[in-house]
Design a protein around this ligand. Sequence first.
Ligand SMILES: Cc1ncc(COP(=O)(O)O)c(C=O)c1O
Length: 439
Amino acid sequence: MMYTDPELLEMAKKIPSLLAPSLAEDWPELPVVKAEGAYLYTADGRRYLDFTSGIAVTNVGHCHPRVVEAAIKQTEEMVHSAVGVTIHRSLIELCEELIKVLPPKMDMFFFGNSGAEAVEGALKLARYVSRRPGIVAFEGSFHGRSYGAASVTSVKSKYRDHYEPFVPGIYFVPYPYAYRCPLGDTPEAALEWTLLAIRRLFQHQIPPSQVAAFLVEPIQGEGGYIVPPPGFLKALRKICDEHGIYLIVDEVQCGFGRTGKMFAAQLFDVQPDIMAIAKGIASGFPLGATVASRKLMSQWKAGAHGTTFGGNPVSCAAGVATLRVMREEKLLENCRAMGLRFIEGLRALQKKYPLIGDVRGAGLMLAIEMIVPGKEKQPNPEAAMQLLELSLERGLLAYMAGTYGQVVRFIPPLIVTAEQVDLALNILEDGLSKIPASG
Ligand SMILES: Cc1ncc(COP(=O)(O)O)c(C=O)c1O
């Protein structure tokens, strides 16, 4: 099927005068007229294999018929009426569906509209209940753009520049990033580096008795799809238990099946106290949630936090359908199988192309880190961008990540097929063969 829309191509020229330039470096502003499954169709009649999934949102594929049907039905019945003023069936159904797949005891929700709001809720809840001020976050983190979420974000100083002062009481320690750990590039060294920093933080800057929460991405997203050492989350859990600190897990990007488990914390067998979830929850309808146990969340007294749009009926209906599709179409299984196929292909490319310094990820949350060959792992954002552009020319849409923009990340929908994975690998190989190894 071909879609064209010459008018949209003309209209697209107005974008720079209409949208805030703070968005302008985003990539690549494709004028899309139709999205279906793993594909985007643009106004110039082209088709792209979408390995961004709207940045980890459309995990069940674009416009899944069952999600669309559920949203239409709910739209006809009621689009909006603020939760609290009214309640509706899809809200309760969504809570029930979520409880089935969340870690044990994660059974109370505050719904918002985005990942940032889910993080805001988590931070407010932790401070409110603990009556402690401190929040410990990680270098390389990304938690969103609202003030609280930006205050705990440190992937790039550019995201913080000119916004000081941030929310007070926030401390950063290094994320265990083995590939770039100053102590040595092993998981053990990376874990030790992080634990040392936490010990020093408690010794020099804030006693653990004043810390409300650790906020952590089980796999860092914007930071470059960094998978921490296997013992990392367990070690954090232990520190939290020793000092009565809450463990907030940000599953906004790595949740909803992305890593082959429903939630990435489950990969490490760790029970969080509070979770932030969004993105993949409703296949693109705006929705996010702060989640905790009833025991914890019921201490958040009436009026302490609220929302107008959070828990919107259409988003909730889409969320219910999304979770049922994931279960009934066995998308976690497909994610694991396709993830394995893809990462093996990426590792084979790494052997051939020294531009690829590292291959990593879990499930279908995969990335390659580009370096300048022979230059001590020097980050190579130019090569990353070239590869993205060459891939786009050949019909594959991927995305960048990493502090220097040196990482190319792949976020295919969990419905992706073996043929699509192989096609993506061929396109990548073709692109890599055209990039000079010197970067
Ligand atoms: C881990 C993580 N947390 C929070 C957010 C913020 O989500 P949103 O853009 O929906 O506010 C993101 C967005 O990329 C994210 O990756």
